[in-house]
Structure formats: C-alpha cells, structure tokens
Design a protein around this ligand. Structure first.
Ligand code: ZN
Length: 313
C-alpha cells in the first residue's frame, strides 16, 4: 500500500508547527466560520468549560436540532436529550458522523469535538446507566445553537469514496445546497479507525466523504454525477498516486433511490465506453477522520493533486 498523502501530511505538520495553533491557522486562511465572542472562544477553541447549571440549553426541552456554534453543522437532536442533572445539556446519541471522540489531554476522559470544524463540545461518558444507550454526551451550551423543529433544515446524507478524501471533499464543498462535507472512513470492519490504521493495515475501510445536503436545493443525482466526474471511476483500488483498497471507488447508499440512481449512472457511463469499477454498497457506520484531515485544501491553500474535474456525462 502506498499513501502519497504521508508526504503532504509531513509538510502540513511542519507548517502547523511553524505557525502555531492549527485552529488559528484555519481562521487565518479565511475559513468561513462564525465569529466567536471571547467566552465562546475560551470554551470552543481553547477547550474550556462553562460553569455548570448556567448554560442556555441546560433546562431546555424544545423539539429541534442542536447545531455547532462555530460552523452550523447539525450535531444533536432534541429526541436524544435527557435530564442527567449534571449541570450541562446531556444527550445519549449524536447525529451520525457529526461528533468526533478524541482522548482528552488529561489522559482519562474522552473529549468530543465537532467533526466538521474541530470545535470543542465537551466530554462523553459511558456506562453510567442514565438511559438504555448508556452514553452521556456532556456538552457546553455555549458550543451550541438551537434550531426549532418548525424551522429545522431538511437534510439528506450521501457517502462517496473516490480516492483521497481531501480532493473529493474539496469539490463537494463548492456545490450550492451542500451543507457540510466531512472526511472519514466507511465500509470496513475496524471500529474507531485512525488514518494510520486505514493506511497501513487491512481495515477494509475506504476513505469516504459524508455529504450532507438540502434536498430542496440539490439532489443525490446531481452529487453522484459530480462524483463520477471528479475522480476516475475506471481505476481499480487506486486513484492516481494513491494505491490500495482504501482508495477504491464506491458509493455507499442510504436508501433504494440512491442505489437505483447510482446503478443508472454506471449504466450510462458503460454505454459511453467507460469500464466503471465503482462499487455500490449499503452505507454502514461512518467514522469521521482526524481533525487535521478536514478541509485540508482550504487549510493549506493547495489544489487537489488527483481530483481534477473531467466531463464524462
Ligand atoms: Zn463545527
């Protein structure tokens, strides 16, 4: 297996070391995140904690969706909120793929961050017996916004694997109606895979992007057509310099309509003479990748090295 990205990542690590905090670096590079107040910055960027029993959403029972204060990504649903009496909003589940777990700097707890922007949310605890899911996301109110159900955004998710996720993410983020794009892993057997696991061991995972979109503004077919035009769907288990099963071409469908559209597009390309090797598989659990993989090209100001748009339809 060969990972061209290791070279680029080493360069990125050096850049971050040279310039200090990667969070500040991403802001320097003009990421379109919401402006934060001083107190919001203390909690969300510098991983602080708001005082217990003081947050806006501690005693809050409206129906709707909790989103990231910094980047607006949907994080939690009100259906998963419960009263733990711990002083902070508590949820026993997250919106799939929205929250990333990382070991806390204290060496004991598990920190939770927004998978899209890396903003600090709080900590997650297990086996406390509060609810049947036995999980408590203990989240700072100040890290959240709330969108009432009556005005909540309609969303649909699509999952595409087409080689290095940096390049695939880069193209989808430019599409009108796309709400968030997260780089991660899907289709393998290892839980909580790391980049090194996927690169150097046989996890079965493919580098995959989760595209969350507004079905009133765009649709799965538009996104799937783009997918076939920003990577080469005739390359088997590789994409340019990236070689290995983790770089296979795949669409992970979330419903039968997505499956039928994917098969139809492969048929159209087949009629045009393309020998498409893209696998159509049912979506499984999506594992968001490490924070430094998100928005890679925006953070670095680079252009994708193997995802160049090419008209095929
Ligand atoms: Zn965020």
């Amino acid at each position: 297996m060969r990972c061209f990205k290791i070279i680029l990542l080493t360069a990125l690590a050096l850049t971050i070391t040279a310039r200090g905090n990667p969070e500040i670096m991403s802001q320097d590079n003009g990421m379109e995140y919401n402006k934060l107040t001083e107190e919001e910055t203390r909690v969300i960027i510098n991983k602080g904690t708001e005082r217990p029993f003081t947050g806006k959403y501690y005693n809050y029972h409206e129906a709707g969706t909790y989103t990231c204060k910094r980047c607006d990504a949907p994080l939690y649903r009100s259906e998963d909120k419960f009263d733990s009496h711990c002083g902070w909003p508590s949820f026993d589940d997250e919106i799939p793929g929205a929250v990333k777990r990382i070991p806390d700097a204290d060496g004991m707890r598990t920190e939770i961050i927004c998978a899209n922007c890396g903003g600090h949310l709080g900590h997650v605890f297990e086996n406390e017996g509060f609810t049947s899911k036995n999980t408590r996301h203990c989240v700072n109110s100040i890290s959240l916004n709330f969108i009432p159900a009556s005005t909540a955004q309609k969303t649909e998710a699509a999952y595409f694997a087409g080689g290095c996720f940096w390049g695939v993410e880069y193209h989808f983020e430019k599409i009108d109606g796309v709400l968030s794009v997260i780089s991660g892993y899907m289709g393998g057997h290892k839980e909580n895979p790391t980049y090194r696991d996927v690169c150097y061991t046989n996890t079965g995972h493919a580098e995959t992007v989760q595209v969350t979109f507004d079905p009133d503004k765009t649709d799965f077919e538009t996104l799937a057509r783009l997918f076939f035009e920003i990577h080469d769907p005739t390359q088997n288990n590789r994409q340019g310099p990236d070689i290995g099963e983790q770089y296979r071409s795949a669409i992970f469908y979330t419903n039968n309509e997505q499956k039928n559209i994917s098969e139809k597009l492969i048929q159209i390309l087949g009629n045009k003479g393309y020998k498409v090797v893209t696998q159509i598989e049912k979506a499984e659990k999506f594992w968001p990748a490490e924070d430094y993989h998100q928005d890679y090209y925006e953070k670095t100001g680079k252009e994708p090295y193997c995802h160049i748009y090419q008209k095929r339809f």
